[in-house]
Design a protein around this ligand. Structure first.
Ligand code: LLP
Length: 429
């Protein structure tokens, strides 16, 4: 469910008209629904039932301070991948003691910062990193809490750039050598406390099967690690997929109810129903690291149509957002539904490419897609852009980063100013 729908012919986020926001703050503009973020966070918690668990929101999906603050206020922990993300979490009022630190290339400075802040666990991705962590902790005279990321060699059946749980991926330590590694570490690495085990097989998983496969494969290992090393948590990662097509319709309960059972996309309720019984009796704290599920459908990118260009082969709608603002279509062939802010009067569709102003042929939001028609001057929304949207935006082509708005009911708050031209050269000498 999400907070975007047409009301009296114009698209709203909760109780705020998106055209009004675009008029006031300009475009391109990111708009997030606080109600949707919290709804998803709460539904995930509810789906985990009575098992001891914690949601460590994957900050990389959307690291705006106000989004982090919203989640921190409601008790979320955080999964971070850099010192910068830890800094943001702390600034937003998050508790480092509820932070896990993932990533294959943590630097010395990042490790020291995280040790000083007292994070819950370093999720380490190689024996080399574990040994280095042990050395740095020794220098500081502290014990570093750690979990190793296991690579279970399971096919997540998602885009190859966001699949992480196969042996050919750079992530984690091979399933078969984990036990030996924990044995060696517990004997040799005196500054490490082996606190848990972590895994994450990929992102935007739309079927439950790979999650089940990975959990069933790793469960015996987890039991063994608990028995031998007294680990206290198992992080099963993030990766829960969201609906990108029909995203407007899927916001309504009626739409969900009308889906046939076998056509229903992976729901959070199904995720919980399948996984909770498999995790229930382990006697471990289960960590979840969702990013996209929490914020993906909770955000849109508003953009204005500048020109229509009719080529011999195609019609291009040129808009004022570019791949620097939302890179997912260019990088992962990501699909974002494109809808006008004024509700289309009829079902007529025109087949177009929606493209940005960047000097790259990859700068498109859709190609040969039948869309409700819109004209220069009209506003459209790129739906489901709350995750990996602004977070992956850049200044490419010297374009200022867009502003961000957080909507709560009828209140819209500017949570990040649009960059100015001066901001673009800030720091250059
Ligand atoms: N935990 C770890 C260790 C991860 O690497 C990731 C995502 C997550 C959790 C959160 O995954 P999520 O629940 O959001 O699927 N930029 C890409 C997605 C990259 C995901 C990277 N890792 C995209 O726009 O599709």
């Amino acid at each position: 469910m999400h907070g975007f729908s047409y009301k009296n012919g114009s698209l709203f986020c909760e109780d705020v008209s998106l055209s009004t926001l675009a008029d006031e703050y300009g475009t391109p503009l990111y708009v997030y629904s606080a109600g949707t973020i919290l709804d998803h966070y709460k539904r995930l918690n509810a789906a985990m039932g009575d098992i001891d668990h914690e949601v460590a929101y994957a900050v990389k999906a959307n690291s705006n301070l106000s989004v982090l603050r919203l989640l921190a206020t409601h008790g979320a922990g955080f999964d971070i991948v850099s010192g910068g993300e830890l800094f943001r979490v702390i600034k937003a009022g998050g508790d480092p003691a509820h932070c896990t630190f993932a990533g294959v290339g943590k630097t010395r400075a990042e490790i020291i910062y995280a040790l000083e802040q007292g994070i819950y666990s370093f999720n380490v991705e190689s024996e080399e990193e574990l040994r280095y962590l042990n050395d740095v902790a020794g220098e500081l005279g502290v014990i570093a809490p750690a979990a190793v990321r296991v690579n279970p060699n399971v096919d997540a059946k998602t885009h190859k750039y966001i699949s992480t749980g196969k042996s050919e991926n750079k992530f984690g330590v091979d399933f078969g050598v984990i036990l030996d590694l924990y044995e060696r570490a517990s004997k040799e690495l005196k500054n490490i406390k082996l606190r848990g085990l972590q895994m994450h097989i990929g992102s935007q998983l739309t079927s439950i099967a790979p999650f089940i496969e990975a959990i069933e494969k790793v469960t015996p290992l987890v039991r063994e690690l608990k028995a031998r090393h007294g680990i206290e948590f198992w992080s099963i990662g993030g990766g829960i997929g969201i609906i990108y097509e029909q995203s407007l319709q899927s916001g309504s309960i009626e739409w969900w109810e009308n889906q046939m059972d076998d056509e229903r996309p992976l729901t959070i309720e199904r995720y919980g129903k399948e996984l909770v019984p498999r995790l229930h009796d382990l006697g471990l704290k289960i960590l979840l690291e969702p990013g996209r599920y929490i914020v993906g459908n909770a955000g849109v990118l508003l953009t204005k149509c500048l020109y229509e260009k009719k080529g011999t082969a195609k019609t291009f709608k040129i808009v004022d957002a570019g791949m620097n603002d939302l890179i997912r279509p260019a990088l992962y062939e990501g699909h974002h539904e494109i809808v006008p802010l004024v509700e289309p009067a009829n079902g007529v569709r025109v087949t177009v490419d929606v493209v940005g102003p960047i000097c790259e042929s990859g700068d498109f939001f859709c190609q040969d897609r039948p869309l409700a028609d819109f004209n220069p001057g009209d506003l459209v929304a790129l739906m489901s852009a709350g995750a990996y949207g602004f977070a992956m935006a850049s200044n490419y082509n010297s374009r200022p980063l867009p502003a961000e708005i957080l909507v709560e009911g009828g209140t819209a708050t500017l949570v990040r100013k649009r960059q100015s031209l001066d901001d673009l050269i800030e720091g250059e000498l």
